[in-house]
Design a protein around this ligand. Structure first.
Ligand code: FES
Length: 487
């Protein structure tokens, strides 16, 4: 049985985020060898890890539910076919290990017996026997080691670990997810197009591990590609742990502009002056985007089309469901139509995008500080959900300024994040003078944060962005650590 774990699996076992383990590795508090962590090392660093007490699975499920809502929740258990394949693979490994263990045990026991019968020299025989007995006890392991091993095996049955080359990023495939779905949920910028087995854009090479096709595909890979191990990530799931080779989008320039027609799933007031527009893309034409980006939404009308560019408020990990937080604005004719009830659930709207470069970036620092004003919370929400999915940030601080009575229209969501994550702080403030409120919040954010380890994301009206950025720069925040968008 392997005593080494991937960082993802280790994080799942001891109930912390990958970012926490990676910080410990960087700080030299945890040793890593070839990208893997030793179970003994893990137990040394987390001596209190107890499988039955930690509620690891419950915690993972709770965080997913509270952070991403019902629509992203999937069945945690894989299909019976996949489960039986994984169980079979685990049984084979266990049977082989048991055979080895029995052989070693018999060998050691026979050696101890022979040493006991040896007449001389007694000291040497006694010492050797003691050493062997001690070694045998270590092989059998402590109770907590055995529990951790058992938990690792159980996790291997319900999920598979995927390592992506060359980035080295990893994620778990759970339930009946395709490799693509699981990668997107984990916040990776994997290449894809239709997500339905037709375009071939999600083609990737499997370096090692077993996969299973779960979706019919009309796209044909060439014989040479199949021989080299290429497959479509959207049409396959992982039977066991995998290593795959594929490129990921790291910046907005890596994602082409797309156009699609989406259906209005819901239009729901979040407050007197704020509306949630929930669009659902067809299964075969989703919008690929990076968290924090926006899209242009268009409504065809007899007198001329209306269109507006709004930030996307949802996570790219759920690319079919696009959320927009739309503010009442007399200068925005499409927004006015939404508030007037001219657009209804079931209508279709054109979507073109993505646009903008307000994104997390590939090299996330340990701490992210978010400053939002009113519906500037939309793109910030997308960034936060994505960073949580990617486990790329160790500490989140959210400062949200309301310049009108319904400015904190999703305050409960922020409170839920605070409750679900130890490393999430939320600070809400109100001020109808946006520039004054921005300066006060930015000063507080700087004083409470660690400017050397923080990146600042600012979203809101121009006056808010300008004042917050000015305050942060004057306080000493490096300009390259500031990202801003107006909305
Ligand atoms: S995304 Fe189009 S075939 Fe997989």
């Amino acid at each position: 049985m392997s005593r080494a774990l991937t960082v993802s699996r280790a994080a799942q076992l001891v109930g912390v985020s990958r970012a926490v383990l990676q910080r410990m590795i960087r700080a030299g508090e945890l040793a890593q060898s070839e990208g893997l962590l030793d179970i003994d090392e893990l137990l040394r660093a987390f001596p209190d890890a107890r499988v039955e007490e930690s509620g690891i699975l419950e915690k993972v499920v709770r965080i997913r539910e509270e952070a991403f809502g019902r629509r992203v929740r999937e069945h945690v258990l894989p299909s019976p076919e996949l489960l039986s394949q994984r169980l079979f693979a685990q049984s084979q490994e266990l049977a082989e290990m048991r055979r080895h263990l029995q052989a070693y045990h018999a060998l050691v026991a026979a050696t101890i017996e022979r040493l006991a019968r040896r007449p001389a020299p007694p000291d040497l025989a006694g010492e050797a026997r003691e050493m062997l007995e001690r070694g045998l006890a270590q092989v059998l392991g402590s109770e907590s080691d055995n529990r951790l091993d058992a938990m690792t095996d159980m996790l291997k049955v319900v999920s598979a670990n995927v390592v992506v080359r060359p980035s080295g990023r990893e994620f778990l495939v759970q339930g009946n997810d395709s490799i693509l779905q699981a990668g997107l949920k984990a916040g990776l910028g994997l290449n894809y197009g239709c997500a339905g087995g037709n375009c071939g854009l999600c083609k990737a090479r499997v370096v090692s591990g077993e996969t299973r096709q779960i979706l019919h595909s009309d796209y044909s890979l060439s014989a040479a590609e199949r021989a080299q191990g290429y497959l479509l990530l959207c049409a396959h799931t992982a039977v066991g742990d995998l290593v795959i080779e594929t490129l990921e989008a790291g910046s907005p320039a890596d994602i082409p502009e797309q156009e699609l027609v989406a259906r209005v799933r819901a239009i729901q007031p979040l407050g007197p002056n704020t509306m949630l527009l929930h669009l659902q893309a067809p299964r075969s034409a989703r919008l690929r985007f990076l968290a924090g980006q926006g899209a242009t939404v268009g409504l065809a009308q007899p007198g001329g089309d209306l269109q507006a560019t709004w930030p996307i408020a949802s996570c790219p990990c759920d690319d079919r469901n696009l959320h927009f937080h739309v503010a009442r604005d007399p200068a925005d004719a499409l927004a006015e139509q939404l508030f007037a009830g001219a657009v209804k659930s079931g209508d279709t709207l054109g979507v073109r995008g993505p646009s903008g470069d307000f994104v997390l970036g590939a090299d996330m620092p340990p701490r992210a500080v978010f400053l939002a004003c009113d519906t500037g919370f939309g793109p910030i929400k997308s960034l936060i959900e994505h960073a949580m999915a990617a486990e790329a940030v160790e500490r989140f601080s959210l400062y949200w300024l309301a310049s009108r009575p319904d400015g904190h229209y999703l305050g409960n969501q922020c409170q839920a994040w605070t409750d679900a994550f130890d490393e999430f702080d939320y600070d809400a403030a109100s001020d109808d003078d946006v520039a004054r409120g921005a300066s006060l919040l930015a000063k507080r954010a700087f004083d409470e944060g660690d400017c050397g380890a923080s990146r600042y994301f600012i979203a809101g009206p121009q006056a808010f962005v300008d004042a917050a950025a000015r305050e942060l720069l004057e306080a000493g925040a490096p300009a390259e650590r500031l990202r801003a968008t107006t909305c």
